[in-house]
Design a protein around this ligand. Sequence first.
Ligand code: ARG
Ligand code: ZN
Length: 877
Amino acid sequence: MSETSPQLIRLADYRPPEFLIDAVELCFELDPEHTEVSARLSIRRNPAVGQANGSLRLAGEGLELLALALDGQPLPPDAYRLDEQGLTLWQVPERFRLDSRVAIHPARNTALEGLYQSKDILCTQCEAEGFRRISFFLDRPDVLARYRTTLIADRKRFPVLLANGNPIERAELPDGRHRVTWEDPFPKPCYLFALVAGDLECVEDRFVTASEREVRLQIYVEPQKGERCAHAMQSLKQAMRWDEVRFGREYDLDVFMIVAVSHFNMGAMENKGLNLFNDRYVLASPQTATDEDFAHIAAIVAHEYFHNWTGNRITCRDWFQLSLKEGLTVYREQEFAAGLFSPSVQRIRDVRFLRAQQFPEDAGPLAHPVRPDSYLEINNFYTATVYEKGAELIRMQATLLGPESFRRGMDLYFARHDGQAVTIEDFVRCMEEASGRDLGQFRRWYEQAGTPELSIWGGYDPTAQTYTLHVRQFIPPTPGQLVKHPLHLPLAIGLLGEDGRELPVWLAGEPEPPAAGTRVLEVTESEQHFVFVGLDARPVPSLLRGFSAPVKLKDDLTESDRLFLLAHDPDGFGRWEAGQGLMQDLLLRLVADPKASLPAEFIEAFRHALRAKADPALIAEVLTPPSEEELGEQMAVIDVEGIHRAHRLFGTELGRHLREDWIAVYRDNAEADPSVLTPEAVGRRALNNLALAYLMRAGNPEGLELCRMQFGKGRNLTDVLAALRLLVERGGDDAEAALAEFYRRWSHEPLVIDKWFAVQATAPHRETLVRVVTLLHHPAYDPGNPNRVRSLIGAFAAHNPICFHAADGAGYCLLADQVLQLEPLNPQLAARLLKPLIRWRRFDPQRQALMRAELVRISKQGARSPDVFELVSKACS
Ligand code: ARG
Ligand code: ZN
């Protein structure tokens, strides 16, 4: 952390490295208080780069230098300079060996970057720039080296010693320590380096690859937690097979390891052969994890595994290319997950996430392109834009190219760039070459920030029997990008006849009609129209099927068109989207006029959707309205109270009107076996818990009874937690009793207690703020554990709009206090927590003033880290 204002890093300033490191030999003498790291680097000048002044600059932060030698000769103090950010050697030869020895202090590392301690385990997190906290190095992703790592530690405290690659040597040392050496045959950037030392339980399995190589699979967890790894292990094997079948990618080492730790800033990390995980994304049993947790575990285990090819074998040239690996890997993860349950439900969840997280980001002061142009702190760019919008850009390329060409493009990418550090441009070029398509205009998606607004209106001509769709795109200005150019986007549509049948989407000028069904139109102009022929009546268009482009769609469909689509669109996603449109319009009407009521056709349409013979998970999605955050996005000034009130009213009314149906749904689904995790059982639980929520919101006494019973059964956390949440939302003695009972039952289980904190932090009550403050002093609260901090402060600020935005500003003040306290300990976590304050411009003048005042307070009393400094200064400028 530096006191001077941090350096702006620009993509335009990228230069290839002047030096390369071919081989790295590391030796760690591990101890939580004092670890010594020896590094032997084989360095040479990069032949591709012209001669500079002969000096070498290595990154290094918080390292205590103990020894430094060049080709075996200790370096005199005037041969180098040490500063806060690293080490400069004034004169170095063409090719040489550099030996350094440093001391570091893992137990004092509260930032959880570099080498740190989680309970009794020592572990590392190096992406993006953590390796410089371990050793002096060229800490940039385009320097690829072979690593050999020796770990030495006390045998009793640290019986397990892991690093990347394969173990090649082990020895017992006379002083009670032992030593293990690992070798990773694949050159890698240092952000993929990892080590783990501790007393860990290992769950083992095996996987035989398509070419019949046997791979040992190991999941390491804290003692006694081995039983809860079965789902992660199964997910890993499914992911390994899927990548072989779908993309022809095989695993490449003899062993693949996952380690779960309790203290982790993010979800997980794809270090070569040694993935590190936040334990909430590994450990699961039906009693301690919800169905949603199970789904996240499968997705994240797969995501990190998929990085082995999209990230590790082919990595990023620089951090501006982060989406090269993250967007692509999120896309692969989403496709994998779509195959596990239902593709429609998966797509619905991904779109909900994009709308709730990425759209607001793209509309606020932190808006940035998927490939950013500059940053102060790269950790601030692990965003929904780089990840989820990045995945949408890959998806659009797959849609534009079609599955065969897209697969050929991927094959070319793997073949051409294996072992390299490349750019997004390299990826797009592979897609172009493999398909023969020109993606020149498409590239703008990577450069332009902001969510495009797509307006579509239709006109039917009965005489000509044609239907015309007019399409207009508009990309709003974003910070630093006032002028935007039109984008190239796939617009998937269907046309439905009166009876709900798919019609051929037949473009004027084509000799023959195509087969009936979805067709992908290509939008490239700011204004464009498409004429469809052979239509003897006005069709109902099903627009932007599967959310074929990440845009805000404004169409001219009437309420009856949407009701029709909700009932008839053959596309599950399309039915959901029609329902969302109806609910959104209605909710916004309720915001404007609290006395507005639910139209009868609307209630009937939802009754119909509820009774449909469809996948229960999909029905549950269809009957879940857009979130308060999503609704806020639709308003010029977010009306926090109005939206909350409308949301409640909507729940109460739909609960009341469909009461009999909700009870019937609950009765039909209630007997599902609590330990079963099939898509069917998971879908039933989702629908059941939605029914319970509507019954509770309607204040139905039978609902309360069912809720108490469901909580009391306590055999499945999905059900127990849903009931607990509803009881707490209702408040009163039942709520207090349930919370006390839940705590008693699970006090030994941190991941479950995280949920206990979150349920209280998200309760929409006047008293919640006081309760959150009280919980900060609860013995189980721990500011050193990111999961715990997120479950209390994060949940309150990001998922409790009505309380966080309390009119007196108390919520803002609480968040700012916590950010200021956390920043010196863990700046990355503090910066993430701060985000809800950044959108201050979206609220009314009173709230704007209060939010801004807290941002100013943070910038005066804190913002010493580049992480917090960058966000606060962007928010206030
Ligand atoms: N690469 C990791 C992933 O799988 C995330 C690493 C995040 N690191 C960070 N410093 N923010 O997505
Ligand atoms: Zn990733």
